[in-house]
Design a protein around this ligand. Structure first.
Ligand code: PA5
Length: 319
């Protein structure tokens, strides 16, 4: 499947399934995963927080598990390939601690080890690049967390109906970013979207990219704008969500003003939709398309991530 075809399947990747686990009865939920499989945990944490779910949740990246994880918590390990060593390490640590675990992968060692240790494993379709399978992984997690069937249907329909407009928007943004370092200025509710944009520019478009968030960026990042030699190499993207704190929204306006005074016209992006989840996924989908078109502009194939494969290969030697 071409990257364009994979991108087009995003809305169709969402499917409601009924799981019997009462995830919210746990004390804490620890989402583990890296790269394209790690972002699903970030989105889940934001979703739970936005719904004021009565459970503490965290997205964890790295080896092992935080020392405070204990029985009564649940660890959800997601790895598209099922072979990412950090995620396998999280899994093994959770099993060692006797903590409940659920795993999600298209196969690999995570599936094998789950079967061996009697752990619930949720399988997703193979044949995608991990970051193009976001919908499959997120859908499983949202269902585990108890999302209603109607919500999944409504987000599927929303993304489907917006696909053409979103792809066009992505193409226009890619046009403006060509030749520049993409810099996303985000807010608490769009920070995960900005992080996804960064990683998609890195992996698909093969370019450096970075992001900073309000209100923190008003205490450091903005001073860096004084340096015209560096800022002229950047293209600035401003993101926000209508549900952000009113003082944050005020800060977004001030940021636009500060940029304007420096002669910078930022690209203003807002996800559309009548719920936070819809807007976040809408925003993410715009960035996915922008990174795809930017790859084409630079003459890169969006799919291969040679250096990631090289590093994984080096790490697997002798292990
Ligand atoms: O999108 C990618 O290819 C990467 O970001 C991977 O997701 C990352 O390296 C982790 O691999 P996996 O998703 O197979 O656990």
């Amino acid at each position: 499947m071409s990257p364009e075809e994979m991108l087009k399947t995003f809305p169709e990747q969402f499917k409601w399934e009924s799981y019997k686990m009462d995830i919210l009865s746990y004390k804490r939920i620890i989402f583990c995963g890296m790269g394209g499989s790690g972002i699903v945990g970030d989105i889940a944490v934001c979703w739970l927080e936005n719904r004021e779910a009565p459970v503490f949740s965290i997205s964890y990246r790295g080896y092992g598990l935080p020392s405070w994880v204990e029985r009564g918590d649940i660890v959800i390990c997601t790895s598209y390939s099922g072979n990412t060593e950090e995620t396998l390490s999280n899994f093994l640590k959770a099993v060692e601690k006797g903590v409940d675990v659920v795993t999600i992968s298209s196969g690999g060692k995570l599936e094998e080890l789950s079967a061996e240790k009697g752990i619930t494993h949720l399988k997703i379709p193979a044949g995608y690049a991990p970051r193009y399978a976001l919908g499959f992984m997120l859908s499983k997690i949202l269902c585990l967390l108890g999302i209603e069937r109607e919500e999944i249907e409504s987000l599927k329909n929303h993304l489907r109906s917006r696909l053409k407009e979103i792809a066009k928007k992505g193409e226009d943004i890619a046009q403006r970013l060509f030749g520049y370092l993409p810099v996303m200025y985000a807010t608490p509710l769009t920070e995960v979207g900005a992080f996804r944009w960064k990683t998609q520019f890195n992996e698909n478009s093969k370019t450096q990219a970075y992001f900073a968030s309000l209100p923190e960026l008003h205490h450091n990042e903005v001073v860096g704008l004084d340096n015209a030699q560096i800022r002229n190499k950047c293209a600035f993207i401003l993101m926000s969500d209508p549900q952000d704190h009113e003082r944050v929204l005020k800060r977004v306006e001030i940021t636009a003003e500060v940029l304007k005074r420096l002669g910078i016209v930022p690209i203003v992006v807002k996800g559309s939709g009548d719920s936070y989840l819809l807007r976040l996924l809408d925003l993410i989908y715009i960035g996915d398309w922008a990174s795809y078109y930017l790859a084409l502009k630079y003459g890169f194939d969006p799919l291969p991530v040679k250096v990631i494969d090289y590093i994984k290969g080096e790490l697997s030697k002798g292990s």
